[in-house]
Design a protein around this ligand. Structure first.
Ligand code: PNS
Length: 160
């Protein structure tokens, strides 16, 4: 039985949907590693350091949750962290195809690392980092959809 779970993502930035998955994963596993992917093919709104910092602030007070960053293959990273489980959140049917592809590829790369899915809380089923950024860019309010520290960062970066 694995005691360590990796919860990977871009987290550009973290939303309350992500936070909900982290909380629930933390109830099941002894240790949760929230792992921010450093994708050389994408230009994120927030730097790696900023994304890690926002996550660290958001999970302050959660026991046994570590925030880290990784490059390269997720399965290699999971091995390196001693984790046998990758956790991903599923919002709607539209997530399924990509998630199925990623989980299948990860299984092909390393069948010793299992992917498990957690249904996103209904409250956050429509939420994504991208939609949050768009709303802030056009002057909308995202209070309650992202942690408070992230609201301020988003407004600073995108607000008019
Ligand atoms: O939050 P996201 O953008 O949906 O997260 C996607 C992520 C980071 C989990 C995925 O892109 C990933 O695992 N990248 C690492 C590179 C890798 O292992 N690719 C091959 C299997 S998908």
């Amino acid at each position: 039985m694995s005691k360590i779970a990796v919860y990977p993502g871009s987290f550009d930035p973290i939303t309350n949907g992500h936070l909900d998955i982290i909380k629930r994963t933390n109830r099941i596993f002894e240790n949760v590693v929230v792992a921010v992917f450093c994708n050389p093919n994408k230009t994120p709104l927030f730097s790696m350091e900023e994304r890690v910092e926002m996550l660290e602030e958001a999970v302050q007070g959660f026991e046994n949750v570590e925030v880290d960053a990784f490059e390269g293959l997720l399965t290699n990273y999971a091995r390196q962290k001693g984790a046998q489980v990758i956790v991903r959140g599923l919002r709607a049917v539209s997530d399924f195809e990509t998630e199925f592809q990623m989980a299948s590829m990860n299984n092909k790369l390393d069948s010793g690392v299992e992917t498990i899915f957690m249904m996103t809380n209904n409250r956050y089923a429509y939420l994504s980092s991208s939609i949050v950024k768009e709303v802030v860019e056009f002057g909308g309010c995202v209070q309650g959809l992202v942690p408070d520290n992230v609201v301020a960062k988003l407004e600073e970066r995108l607000g008019g």
